[in-house]
Design a protein around this ligand. Structure first.
Ligand SMILES: *[C@@H]1O[C@H](CO)[C@@H](O)[C@H](O)[C@H]1NC(C)=O
Ligand SMILES: *[C@@H]1O[C@H](CO)[C@@H](O)[C@H](O)[C@H]1NC(C)=O
Ligand SMILES: *[C@@H]1O[C@H](CO)[C@@H](O)[C@H](O)[C@H]1NC(C)=O
Ligand SMILES: *[C@@H]1O[C@H](CO)[C@@H](O)[C@H](O)[C@H]1NC(C)=O
Ligand SMILES: *[C@@H]1O[C@H](CO)[C@@H](O)[C@H](O)[C@H]1NC(C)=O
Ligand SMILES: *[C@@H]1O[C@H](CO)[C@@H](O)[C@H](O)[C@H]1NC(C)=O
Length: 600
């Protein structure tokens, strides 16, 4: 599993979320053991209205209407935690009441906390029939009070959290034993394994929130086996069930995540799993990333799985150069290849890496699975000159000749035909991923800015051709930049299509780090740093730009990918989102990526 990292003592306080507090309140209401004198409203289908029933001597019974008025109704409604009574209901049929008539000739002042504190004849002493049972309609919270009530709930649940923690710590009234057991690794004299045990006494009612503890069964205890290193954390896991709070270190997170997955504690599992995501960049050999992914799959942590796949897709080129590349499981490779946020030089590079993987794994991978991988390569996005060379240069062309022929034909059609011509063919659909770019970082479609190459401008020279028909000539021309901001500009075509090859546009890329930078350009920025990426041309109406900002940490790994909205992309502080990875402040470099999309 994960390598041990002493220095990496991250912590995370899992505070109550709104759903967590709702859970607390339900616990409150489900307090077991009815008490003598409890009341309820029955027979209307609503909590706030119905026949008044009182619990006494193990039975629910009704109340006779003699002497019943608003004072008594107020007491009932307040006892039920409604703000007050709206009206008294007599003679209304809330259905047959089978039980006794408990109270008659009631006389409340209206200030009592319990109906049974008012004066009455005596329990069950009455000359009434069930026809005279009383009902009430209680006031419910209006708009204003609901808002207040919500805040109240949250306060309650936080204080409740501490109280429940005390209940757990005191073991008072506990009725369920959990025996945590692990082998120390030593042997006893008789040759058996030495075991250590922790006996935790908990409360069935609270544990029953997580059915996998089997606390609702008749058995008074369960025994749980675990690794020796996890046992010290087991008590905090059980305490978390009471308080919904837990301190997590990076070390304990590994145990807590595993235990949370074992007991179906999804929220705890996912939140501790997020902590793991932060170590993804640490291992340049990609072994950790791979084992973390496998572990996430095993424990069913979809959030962690997604975080791992995203990291691998963002750092695809490094992954393909790493020792684990050819050992990547075929399903994981398939999942990576189906993503549009895969960051890669260009689609030809991607095809070559896939061919390399297939060659290395051809003995153990079915033809069908190989074909499935090739189908995830977006041939229409392959630069045109590479397409032309595929027949000679592709290592798999002879094995999959027909597949390659068909795919290159469609790619050539896409690049060379006008959109309306393509659309007249029912087989062509823009919905398919084949026609969507990934995040291509080749210089044809992107520009990099980093503090070391302050200002750069690339000029297109029209007499040399690149893979899309143009060759760029890179000349870095430092130009004076006010306030030390990062800036650059470059030229691209409107689209990959050769039909649009004559039309070029110039892009201006900036990173603003303060308010002054922004106002200097006449724009308002909400936070810093912020990236701005714009062109001064209107593209044809069937093209939209889905540009991305790729942020690289210390020139080592991609740790954020941001969308542009109205030419701006805000860069998150690494401490502000749970899914990005740590990066020391100011160690960012940026790549602005142009992504033209054809739309119908
Ligand atoms: C909320 O309270 C304010 C003042 O207390 C009152 O003016 C307003 O009408 C109330 N709104 C509702 C929906 O009851
Ligand atoms: C809960 O009960 C099931 C079925 O009897 C059993 O497989 C499982 O191991 C039990 N869980 C614990 C934690 O004992
Ligand atoms: C595939 O299997 C053949 C024969 O079993 C072996 O000679 C060859 O080296 C294997 N190829 C790879 C890439 O493992
Ligand atoms: C294909 O191979 C030829 C000769 O081996 C080489 O000159 C050419 O650059 C290659 N093309 C690509 C796209 O790699
Ligand atoms: C990824 O590759 C780049 C370029 O080869 C290298 O500088 C960087 O250190 C690599 N990142 C990691 C995490 O190894
Ligand atoms: C993140 O760090 C910055 C300083 O680097 C600090 O101002 C900000 O409050 C921190 N944000 C959070 C959510 O901790």
């Amino acid at each position: 599993m994960l390598p041990h990292r002493n220095l990496c003592m991250l912590w995370l306080l899992l505070l109550l979320s709104v759903s967590g507090s709702a859970f607390k309140l339900n616990l409150f209401k489900r307090t077991p053991g009815l008490q003598d004198g409890d009341v309820r409203l029955f027979g209307s289908g609503r909590d706030s209205e119905g026949r008044v029933e009182v619990y006494h001597n193990g039975k629910w019974g009704t109340v006779c209407d003699d002497g019943w008025d608003m004072a008594e109704a107020q007491v009932v409604c307040r006892q039920l935690e409604f703000p007050g009574a709206k009206s008294v209901v007599t003679g209304k049929d809330y259905g047959q009441a089978p039980g006794p008539i408990w109270l008659d000739d009631l006389d409340c002042k209206g200030t009592e906390n319990y109906l049974s504190s008012c004066s009455f004849k005596a329990w069950g002493l009455t000359d009434c029939s069930h026809k005279e049972d009383v009902g009430v309609v209680c006031e419910t919270y209006g708009m204003n009070t609901t808002v207040d009530d919500t805040v109240h709930e949250l306060d309650h649940s936080i204080s409740m959290s501490d109280e429940l923690g005390q209940i757990f710590d005191s073991r008072k009234g506990c009725d369920f034993h959990i025996l945590a057991q692990s082998a120390t690794g030593n042997k006893n004299e008789d040759g058996t394994l030495e075991m250590v045990e922790t006996d935790i006494c908990a409360h069935r009612l609270i544990l029953s929130q997580f059915p996998l503890f089997n606390a609702s069964d008749d058995s008074p205890s369960i025994t749980v086996s675990m690794s020796h290193s996890c046992q010290p954390h087991f008590t905090s896991l059980i305490r978390y069930i009471y308080t919904r709070k837990i301190d997590v270190t990076f070390t304990s997170a590994q145990c807590l995540h595993w235990m949370a997955s074992k007991f179906g504690m999804k929220q705890l599992m996912e939140d501790t799993g997020r902590l793991f995501s932060r170590i993804l960049p640490e291992d340049a050999s990609f072994q950790t990333q791979l084992s973390l992914y496998e572990y996430a799959e095993e424990t069913g942590d979809l959030v962690l799985q997604e975080n791992c796949i995203q990291y691998l897709a963002w750092n695809y080129e490094n992954l393909t150069a790493s020792p684990v590349w050819t050992t990547l499981p075929v399903q994981l490779l398939g999942a990576i290849l189906s993503r549009s946020d895969l960051v890669v030089k260009d689609e030809y590079f991607l095809l070559q890496t896939v061919e390399n993987w297939i060659e290395e794994n051809s003995n153990s991978t079915s033809l069908e699975a190989q074909l499935d991988l090739l189908n995830r390569v977006r041939f229409p996005m392959i630069p045109v000159e590479n397409l032309y060379d595929l027949e000679i240069n592709s290592t798999l062309y002879s094995t999959f000749t027909n597949v390659y022929r068909e795919k290159t034909l469609r790619a050539f059609q896409f690049i060379s035909l006008p959109l309306r011509k393509l659309q007249s063919n029912p087989k062509f659909t823009l919905q398919g991923d084949d026609y969507k770019p990934r995040i291509y970082t080749s210089d044809a479609w992107s520009i990099g800015l980093s503090p070391s190459n302050q200002v750069q401008t690339r000029y297109k020279s029209s007499d040399r051709r690149n893979r899309y028909g143009y060759e760029y000539d890179y000349r870095y021309r430092p130009t004076p930049s006010p306030y030390g901001q990062l800036a650059g500009s470059f030229t691209t075509s409107f689209h990959y299509s050769l039909m649009l090859k004559g039309q070029n546009m110039n892009w201006q890329a900036n990173i603003f780090t303060n308010r002054h930078d922004c106002s200097n350009w006449g724009i308002r920025c909400e936070s810093f740093p912020v990236a701005r990426f714009r062109n001064n041309y209107s593209p044809p109406s069937n093209i939209v730009f889905n540009n991305r900002l790729v942020i690289v940490c210390e020139n080592k790994y991609v740790f954020q990918v941001q969308d542009f909205k109205e030419d701006l992309a805000y860069i998150s502080k690494s401490n502000e989102t749970q899914t990005t990875y740590p990066c020391p402040d100011g160690q960012y470099s940026y790549r602005f990526v142009v992504r033209p999309l054809l739309i119908n």
